[in-house]
Design a protein around this ligand. Structure first.
Ligand SMILES: C[S@@+](CC[C@H](N)C(=O)[O-])C[C@H]1O[C@@H](n2cnc3c(N)ncnc32)[C@H](O)[C@@H]1O
Length: 227
């Protein structure tokens, strides 16, 4: 059995930190939920870089991750919970929800070093968790709330964008940042090539290096009866 590990801060974490901070600087005293918080690096960055006394609600399915997050973050207005997706938060409504749950194509996650010992059960398109989160937003996001989620090209970003645009009146996507995928990718390229051809994931090859991209989707105001 694989030993439990806590996910390490990466480029996606940093993009989420940067983009969320821009939004938070304009706001005061909001309830902010981070799902799939891992070691808490995103919320910790936000807490350290703005002074508007927001209340943070952090959860992760991993007990070990929450243990690390509790140790890493020194702040009084914060609640931690262990549990899957929105289960720990029941009916609670948030002004801002950041989703950073595992969301890569499971075919990629299985071969990658990132998810050894970290829970990931995302389906071939990577959207299994994300789809469930989006369905819960009617219950857990305030009508004028903001939903922030990474678009990582090693999952089906086209499908995710389609779902988000149907759900939100105001959809914006930040610039794509390309990054080199570690060696495991080249070693299993035949497997990933099939997913590329089926348009389930996207990457490109430049001078022998495989590149994926990440951007951040910022979604405001849900469509529908409460909007
Ligand atoms: C990509 S990592 C991100 C961690 C952290 N936000 C960071 O930037 O380092 C995904 C996280 O989602 C968590 N996770 C996986 N499945 C989950 C689920 N069903 N509910 C809540 N968290 C989950 C994992 O334990 C992991 O910590």
């Amino acid at each position: 059995m694989k030993k439990n590990k806590v996910f390490k801060e990466n480029l996606t974490s940093k993009l989420l930190q940067k983009e969320t901070l821009i939004i938070l600087r304009k706001l005061k005293k909001k309830d902010i939920c981070e799902i799939g918080c891992g070691d808490g690096n995103i919320s910790n960055y936000l807490i350290k870089n703005q002074a508007n006394k927001h209340h943070y609600f952090l959860s992760d399915i991993s007990e070990l991750a929450i243990k690390h997050a509790k140790k890493n973050i020194k702040y009084d207005k914060i609640t931690f919970k262990v549990g899957s997706l929105f289960v720990p938060w029941r009916e609670k409504k948030f002004d801002i929800i950041i989703s950073d749950v595992s969301s890569l194509s499971q075919v990629v996650a299985n071969k990658s070093p990132w998810y050894q010992g970290v829970k990931s059960n995302c389906g071939i398109d990577g959207l299994k968790n994300v789809d469930k989160i989006i369905k819960q937003l009617d219950k857990n996001l305030k009508p004028n709330g903001i939903f922030i989620i990474p678009l990582i090209s090693l999952s089906s970003t086209d499908q995710l964008k389609k779902v988000l645009k149907l759900k939100f009146k105001d959809y914006r996507e930040t610039k794509k940042i390309y990054w080199p995928i570690p060696i495991f990718f080249k070693q299993n390229i035949n497997l990933f090539d099939k997913l590329l051809k089926k348009k389930i994931i996207y990457y490109q090859e430049k001078f022998g290096t495989y590149l994926a991209y990440t951007s951040v989707a910022i979604c405001k105001k849900m469509k529908g009866k409460n909007a």
